[in-house]
Design a protein. Structure first.
Length: 88
């Protein structure tokens, strides 16, 4: 089976986000004063094959734990869906 995972990696709340702060200041300069906070993160899309959804979920979990996110300063979450088409 073929699956698509949408992985989101963000800084932990306790970690300062200078890029997010810069975007927030720019938004306020554009008169978007109602924006209270901005956090910048990464979006990674994976397409993989697996025997089933639980196997795919375990693989994505391991990939994110070991490579995509730094567990000291980042959190991650992901959505998994079956993807059509041939693997390749």
């Amino acid at each position: 089976m073929r699956f698509k995972a949408q992985v989101r990696v963000t800084l932990k709340e306790s970690i300062l986000d200078p890029q997010g702060s810069a975007v927030k200041r720019a938004l306020h300069a554009m008169n978007h004063d109602n924006v209270l906070d901005v956090r910048i993160g990464k979006h990674i899309e994976l397409v993989l094959t697996a025997d089933g959804p639980e196997s795919a979920r375990r693989q994505v979990q391991e990939i994110a734990d070991r490579l995509l996110a730094n567990p000291v300063i980042e959190n991650f979450s992901f959505d998994l869906a079956e993807a059509g088409g041939e693997a390749g």
